[in-house]
Write a new protein. Sequence first.
Length: 225
Amino acid sequence: MRPDPRKSKVMRISPPEAPATDEVADEAPVLESGEVLEDLRLRDADLADASAPGVRLERVALERVALARARLARAVVVDARFSACDMAGSQWERAHLGRVEMEGCRLVGAAFPRADFTDLRATDVNAEMAMFIGTVFTATRFERCNLRGASFEGADLRNAVFRDCDLRNADLFNARLEGADLRGSSIAGVRVDLGKLRGLVLDASQALDIVDQMGVTIKPRDEDA
């Protein structure tokens, strides 16, 4: 029997490689443009308002690190764990982030325009009103994340998984959604391009939200016309 090509494949996300040290840095590094930081463990450090276009972070583990309002355009982040970090209002235009885990982080109002994520796992992240305009997501899973009012306009979300997330009033207009799985997430008020829903995976209650946007009224069969 031939396999059914309509069935979605199991997505495998590669975890980040750990830093080659168990020691936590004594003090926060100074982020500078084009700097390369490798094998770094950092805890309770303040990097808020840093400006370091083109910075490169490899094999880093950041815990409770403040990156609020940091400007990190064209940053390259590979093999990174962010735990309970405050990244609110940070700017990551055209950044590349690969094999990244974010857990319990705050990304309220953060912006990742035209960035690309590969092998991203985000858990319990507050990314309300975050901006992912034109962002490409490959092998990505959001779980229990607050994405209320976030913008994914024009983003590539093919095969991305959103499990038990808050996507109310999120903007998915003109996004590529083939294979994207939103089951279990709240999508009331989500903005979508109704002509580009082919391949999107929803549960029954979510389908009703989409039908409502189309202006379709559903009535019991025996109800008078």
